[in-house]
Design a protein. Structure first.
Length: 237
């Protein structure tokens, strides 16, 4: 009996150690399974997130494609419009070429006159700008007006011509200065004194030495010079 009991005790000890080892192995396996499950769950969640990101990217690409299609449609419409404009301009160029070939159209002559006038105005303004607001005076009306202390024309196209009333007045007062032969240059000098009823002293007119100065206007080509006239403001009115 004692031997049997000892043998059973040994077997029970061995089975206890085996069961403890088995439980330990099961616990380790369960821990590994739990860790693997957590890893797989994390991978699955990451895969779902990537899938959502890809889905959003696909939707963004779809919207971009729709925008590009709309832009292409707008470009097509703009291209069609440009084609129409180009066709219209080509037709106008053909009509202009036909008018230039004919040469007898009144609108074409008028357009040429307008273009020439605008070109002259632009060139005059460029000369004024290049000379910092000072322009050479070749018109006798402008020369007399500048000598009288009037303002010279400015940069505005509307100021490039003197007042018509002033031109008529100058033509009446100085008829000899308004007739200049072609190719001749004349020098005009004007001295304006105070009014007769003014208490200020009257500055006498100075006449430079001249030869044959019977005319108030002289020509540079003949070597004569013009005497300086003294005109009061009441006489100019």
């Amino acid at each position: 009996m004692t031997l049997e009991r000892d043998r059973l005790l040994d077997l029970s000890k061995q089975s206890t150690a085996f069961s403890a080892s088995l439980r330990k192995s099961v616990a380790e396996l369960e821990a590994q399974v739990a860790s693997a499950r957590a890893v797989s769950d994390a991978e699955i969640a990451a895969a779902f997130r990537h899938a959502d990101d890809f889905k959003r990217q696909v939707l963004d690409r779809d919207r971009e494609i729709a925008t590009l299609r709309a832009s292409i449609a707008d470009r097509d419409r703009a291209y069609a419009t440009l084609q129409g404009v180009a066709t219209k301009h080509f037709t106008q160029l053909q009509e202009s070429a036909r008018l230039l070939t004919d040469g007898g159209s009144q609108p074409l002559r008028h357009a040429r006159e307008v273009i020439a006038h605008q070109r002259a105005v632009i060139l005059r303004q460029k000369r004024v700008i290049a000379r910092q607001g000072s322009i050479p005076v070749h018109d006798p009306h402008m020369a007399v007006a500048a000598a009288g202390g009037l303002d010279a024309p400015g940069l505005s196209p509307s100021d490039l011509q003197l007042n018509a009333r002033l031109c008529r007045l100058l033509a009446e007062r100085f008829p000899e200065a308004m007739v200049i032969p072609s190719g001749e240059t004349r020098t005009l000098a004007l001295q304006v004194g105070p009014r007769r009823d003014s208490p200020a002293s009257v500055v006498p007119a100075s006449t430079p030495p001249c030869q044959g100065a019977s005319s108030p206007v002289s020509s540079n080509s003949t070597g004569r010079c013009a005497p300086r006239y003294r005109r009061t403001l009441s006489q100019l009115r």
